[in-house]
Every structure is written in structure tokens, then in C-alpha cells.
Design a protein around this ligand. Structure first.
Ligand code: GDP
Ligand code: MG
Length: 441
């Protein structure tokens, strides 16, 4: 993807503004990337439509680097879509004992996730958790949860042979109350496919437990199937959140986007392996990166930014090499500093400026000060900016008043500009070789 996008975006960076055709071309690549990542077609379509609208509109207002802008819009939109607006930060486990119902197909990672989550609640949230397996079809599955429970130091409901799922749920509820547990988790039986018997059972269990959270566990590698499963489960039992497992695998995480877009359910956690600590809170940015192969795109954005800065720096260097440094140059510098959030970075890049950057920092030049200095420069006429030597007392008073400051502050600014101009002149006399040497220091 990065190569293809690279081509499109390289072209975009060279143009002044984004045309609809450019956006369309870029979107073709984005669309393919999403499909490759297993995002379902309707979701891809609506996503591309949304981004196209935003990108075309935005480019008109800001045309500094259109390619960069498209990348950012795609990235941001993906994150916004993955994150959703209503996604709660934490699980609702306020009133003890809070029931959590775990549902999903067989083999999706339900039992493993139940144990992982229990461990997390215990270690991070200091909750007392009781686990119960309702998988009566497979005695081994009940034993599996008991083993995991011992491993993580979390209690499991004793297994009573012959008991059905509903009875186990009732017993878990009772035991959780009597035993003073904060949370009890019900690990339901799965099936290979969704069928009526499974849904009936899960519904009955739900009615007994009245869960605060119903977490659907789905295999993140199954793509479109996962979305269908989620839709079904949500319709039948009401899902409050999704856990995507096997996100440590090769899949690119497209299921996450489809899942969020189609079901509207928040993705709460991702499973990243078989071990008990391999569970993480869902991180929209990380998944967005994965879907778009974003490591590459981020690099592209950085490259675009760097190119822009180099071009500006080169333009400035040419002036400086001639020993020129007026108020326009100073304003340019100040604006750069503002953008980059630091004196050192930009001044350090220029000959003779490293020392001055340190002085400026020592003098307490900060963001607020930079803003005031820029306001002063803006208050000058074009002529004055190009030739600060024109500034006599009356002009100074006018400029300072225009910026709402006093003349003393303007004098400081003038002194700064003068120092820089002097440095430029000295440096330019040293010639190019010396200048480079100075820059390397
Ligand atoms: P259940 O039938 O839904 O209860 O599924 P299990 O919890 O028994 O998990 C089935 C298999 O998937 C087991 O071998 C787990 O170790 C494995 N598994 C579960 N979650 C993950 C995960 O996030 N990553 C990986 N790689 N394997 C997982
Ligand atoms: Mg299981």
C-alpha cells in the first residue's frame, strides 16, 4: 500500500491544492487497503464516501500540504470510526456482585478471555472475581476454566456433574452474593455455528443473571463472519461490548472496523496471545495503523513535513547567506518556533544560532512571548518590516500601541533582530565552507 499511496501522495504534495480527482485517486488506494484488511464492502464504501467529502472540502481551506492532509484525514476518520462516540471507558461493575456474561462461538477464545479478564479485574481493579463455566456439553471445557482459575488465583464455582447451564447460573449468582464477590463471570457454551438451541440457552441465562455487561468474544481473524456473528448475538441477547481475539495473528484487523460500523458495539479488549496477560484495552489508533499499514503512512507524513521544512530552510539560508535578516525573517523564525514548539530545534539547525537559541531560552522566551513578538511585527508596515532601521520614536509608539504593548518590549524585539542580522552578516563573510562548519557545531 505504501508504495502505491506514496506515488499518489507524492504527486499531491507537489500541487497547491487538492482536486476532486486527486482525492478520488488516493481513495482508490485507501479502498483497496481496507478490502485487503478484510473490511466488509459496505463499510469500505461508506468510509470512503465520508473521507472523500472531508478531504475535498478541507483542502480548499488549508493547502500547505494536501497529500499530508489526506493521510491525516484518512487516519483520523478511521480512528473516529473505530473509537465511536458512546464507548464507555470502563466495564460496568459498580454494584457487587456484578454479573458479566461471556458469549460467542466455540473456539473463539471465550474461556481464555474470561480468565484473562478475571485476572485483569483482580490485579488492576482489585476486584474479587468468581468464575463459572456453563459449558455442560464439554466437561473438558469446565475443567479448562477451573485450571485457568487456579493459575491466575481466581475462584471458580465448584463443578457439579449433571447440572444444566441455567442451574449453574443460579448457583453462581447465589454464591457470588454469599461469598461477597465484586464480580461473577459466566463463561457460556459455544457452538460451531449459531443455532436456536444456543441462543435459547444464552437468553435464559441472561434472564437469570441480568448481566451488567454482555461481552461477545469473536475471532479477529474471521473477518466478515465475525460481523455476522456479532449481529446475530446482539439481536438475540443484546451485546454491550466486543472482545476481538487472535489479534496477534496475521490478520490486519479489518474485522474491528466492520464490527464497529455494522453493529455499533464498542470493542472493549483485544486478545494478543494465549497467555493470561495477553489482553489489552482496545486501542483505536493502533488498529487504525494496522488496517492501513500505517507505519508506512506515518513515515510518509513525516517525509512530507520534512520536505516542506527543508524548502523553507533553504529559502531562508539563501537570504541569510547574503547577510540579510529583516523583520519578515524574524517573523518567519518565530512562527517556525511556534509550530515546532521549541527554539532549539529550528535555531539549532542554522549557523550561529545554536548559541542564540540557548540565550533565548535562558531569557525565558516562551510561547506567550513569541505570540507577543509576532503581534508586534504584524503591527508594522510592510516597509518597516523590510527595513527596521526606519523605526524612530513616533513609529515605535504607533507600533507598540497597535499591538497593545509598550515601547520597551518593541525595543527588545528590535535588539533581537539586530543581533541576528549581525550574526548573519558575520556568517556570510565567513563564506560557505565556514558556514557549514558552524552549522555542524
Ligand atoms: P472457547 O471455545 O471460545 O472457550 O475458546 P478457548 O478459550 O478455549 O480458546 C480456543 C483456543 O484459542 C485456545 O487454544 C486458546 O489458547 C486460543 N486463543 C484464545 N485467545 C487467543 C488470542 O488472543 N490469541 C491467540 N493466538 N490464541 C488465542
Ligand atoms: Mg470455552
Amino acid at each position: 500500500l505504501s508504495d502505491r499511496l506514496g506515488g499518489v501522495f507524492d504527486r499531491l504534495t507537489r500541487q497547491g491544492a487538492l482536486t476532486e480527482d486527486d482525492v478520488t485517486a488516493a481513495m482508490r488506494e485507501v479502498r483497496q487497503a481496507l478490502l485487503d484488511a478484510d473490511v466488509s464492502l459496505p463499510v469500505v464504501r461508506s468510509f470512503v464516501r465520508a473521507v472523500t467529502a472531508k478531504a475535498t472540502g478541507a483542502a480548499v481551506t488549508k493547502s500547505i500540504s494536501p497529500g499530508q492532509q489526506v493521510v491525516k484525514i484518512v487516519h483520523d476518520e478511521l480512528i473516529a470510526m473505530l473509537r465511536g462516540e458512546d464507548a464507555p471507558e470502563t466495564l460496568r461493575i459498580d454494584t457487587p456482585p456484578a454479573p458479566i456474561l461471556m458469549v460467542g462461538l466455540q473456539g473463539s477464545g471465550k474461556t481464555t478471555t474470561t480468565a484473562k479478564l478475571a485476572r485483569r479485574l483482580k490485579e488492576r481493579d482489585r476486584k474479587r472475581v468468581l468464575l463459572a463455566s456453563l459449558d455442560t456439553n464439554r466437561p473438558a471445557a469446565m475443567e479448562q476454566l477451573a485450571i485457568l482459575g487456579r493459575q491466575i488465583g481466581v475462584d471458580t464455582l465448584p463443578i457439579v456433574p449433571g447440572e444444566n447451564a441455567l442451574a449453574i447460573a443460579r448457583r453462581a449468582k447465589q454464591q457470588a452474593s454469599l461469598g461477597g464477590y465484586d464480580v461473577y463471570m459466566l463463561d457460556t457454551a459455544g457452538r460451531l455455528h449459531i443455532d436456536q438451541a444456543l441462543m435459547d440457552e444464552v437468553q435464559q441465562v441472561r434472564d437469570v443473571a441480568n448481566p451488567r455487561e454482555t461481552l461477545l468474544v469473536v475471532d479477529g481473524l474471521t473477518g466478515q463472519d465475525a460481523v455476522n456473528v456479532a449481529t446475530e448475538f446482539d439481536a438475540k441477547v443484546g451485546v454491550t461490548g466486543v472482545v476481538l481475539t487472535r489479534m496477534d495473528g496475521d490478520g490486519r484487523g479489518g474485522a474491528a472496523l466492520s464490527m464497529r460500523a455494522v453493529t455499533g458495539k464498542p470493542i472493549r479488549f483485544v486478545g494478543l496471545g494465549e497467555k493470561m496477560d495477553a489482553l489489552e484495552t482496545f486501542d483505536a489508533e493502533r488498529i487504525a495503523g494496522r488496517i492501513l499499514g500505517m507505519g508506512d503512512i506515518v513515515a510518509l507524513v513525516e517525509k512530507a513535513q520534512a520536505t516542506l521544512e527543508i524548502e523553507q530552510a533553504e529559502r531562508m539560508m539563501k537570504r541569510f547567506a547574503k547577510g540579510l535578516f529583516n523583520m519578515n525573517d524574524l517573523r518567519g523564525q518565530l512562527e517556525q518556533m511556534q509550530k515546532m514548539g521549541g527554539m532549539q530545534s529550528i535555531m539549532g539547525m542554522m549557523p550561529g544560532m545554536g548559541k542564540m537559541a540557548k540565550q533565548a531560552e535562558a531569557a525565558g522566551i516562551d510561547d506567550r512571548m513569541i505570540r507577543r513578538q509576532i503581534a508586534l511585527i504584524n503591527s508594522m508596515t510592510k516597509k518597516e518590516r523590510a527595513n527596521p532601521d526606519l523605526l524612530q520614536a513616533s513609529r515605535k509608539r504607533r507600533i507598540a500601541a497597535g499591538a497593545g504593548m509598550d515601547v520597551a518590549e518593541l525595543n527588545k524585539l528590535l535588539k533581537m533582530q539586530k543581533q541576528m542580522a549581525d550574526t548573519m552578516k558575520k556568517v556570510s563573510k565567513m563564506g560557505k565552507g565556514a558556514m557549514l562548519k558552524q552549522a555542524m557545531r
